[in-house]
Write a protein that binds this ligand. Structure first.
Ligand code: IPM
Ligand code: MN
Length: 352
């Protein structure tokens, strides 16, 4: 029995996690896995009603869960930053989910904007550091609103934080067993403090992984290669900000936000990880039953993999591949040829 905290969140979030839960329920019969879903209504609506974003008591409760399944965070009537920092980033930081794992995989039959690239070419994973860097919130403002205003936003990089991320990436690359190649994505030519630490740690840790080839690319060049030669990548490890940026690009080359999933992972004993579609809350599609739930379904699959239910996770991926290839006209909202709930039904039927 797995205790799963479900935060549907804002916009289309609740609609897509509903389909993910449908698929999880369908697979639970097959493998005798049981889920206890505990629902939380955190998000924009609750904030607008009560002023509460995420109380500390909830975080203490989350620590006892086996995992969190998250829909989307972001509400058009709430000032940017309040929910993102107060809910999503607070969860990632408070639960010390130090890895953001984002596979970029083009499934057969899915359109990619990259001409002449196929599923053989687009299949890599980004390991994004998830608790430090520019996201740490270090910095401040002086003389705000005046002509002399100063704004400082600092990137925090600790040897411990960087090293545990790198170790995860090396281990992941070994386990993935594809090209056994790990690329550090940075900016050593300009960010000569932060990425000096990253680079030294990278090559130090690499000594313990003689079976893994190491490579380095600046972040701008990484963007270029992701479009021109995505087949060069196996696993990419990078900091929080660069990881955020390159995984949106990654989502686009794998067929869009409708299919891109990610995990916020804490591998420590008793740690609670969180799985989510990486796209936003898509307010304009909310409540219309047109949003693509595949990213949320894939996130549910990643959650099962994390929980050690590899067979069930595999089944979900196979079902997604089948439905995407045979039944969906497009992965874009409103153009799928089916409703949100029909897609969930099809995947559920396939896994059962
Ligand atoms: C993501 C999102 C978040 C991030 C935002 C919503 C805070 O863009 O998960 O990639 O920047 O990490
Ligand atoms: Mn992002």
């Amino acid at each position: 029995m797995y205790k799963i905290g479900v935060i549907g969140g804002d916009g289309t979030g609740p609609e897509v996690v509903k389909e993910g839960m449908k698929v999880l329920k369908a697979i639970s019969g097959k493998y005798d896995i049981k889920f206890d879903f505990i629902h939380y209504d955190f998000g924009g609506k609750r904030y607008l009603k009560t002023g509460e974003v995420l109380p500390d008591a909830a975080i203490e409760e989350f620590r006892k869960l086996d995992a969190i399944y998250l829909g989307a965070i972001g509400h058009p009537d709430v000032k940017p930053g309040i929910l993102e920092k107060g809910l999503l980033l607070k969860l990632r930081f408070a639960l010390d989910q130090y890895i953001n794992l984002r596979p970029v995989k083009l499934y057969p039959g899915v359109d990619t904007p990259l001409k002449d690239k196929s599923p053989d070419d687009i299949d890599f994973t980004v390991v994004r550091e998830n608790t430090e860097g520019l996201y740490a919130g270090a910095g401040g403002t002086l003389k705000k609103g005046t002509a002399d205003e100063v704004a400082i936003q600092e990137s925090i990089n600790t040897r411990k934080g960087v090293e545990r991320c790198l170790r995860y990436a090396f281990d992941y690359c070994r386990k993935r067993n594809k090209d056994k190649k790990l690329t550090l994505c940075g900016k050593t030519n300009v960010l000569t403090f932060a990425f000096d630490l990253w680079e030294r740690a990278f090559y130090d840790v690499a000594k313990e992984y003689s079976d893994i080839k190491t490579d380095y690319a600046h972040v701008d060049a990484t963007c270029m290669w992701m479009v021109k030669n995505p087949e060069w990548f196996d696993v990419i490890v990078t900091d929080n900000m660069f990881g955020d940026i390159i995984t949106d690009l990654g989502a686009m080359i794998q067929g869009g936000m409708g299919i891109a999933a990610g995990g916020n992972i804490n591998l420590d004993e008793g740690g609670t990880s969180m799985f989510e579609p990486i796209g936003g809350s898509a307010p304009k599609y909310t409540g219309k039953n047109v949003i693509n739930p595949m990213a949320a379904i894939c996130a549910a699959g990643m959650m099962l993999e994390h929980l050690g239910e590899s067979k069930a996770a595999d089944d979900i991926e196979k079902a997604v591949i089948k439905v995407v290839q045979n039944d969906m006209k497009s992965l874009s909202a409103g153009k799928m040829g089916h409703t949100t709930s029909e897609i969930g039904d099809m995947v559920a039927k396939e896994v059962a």
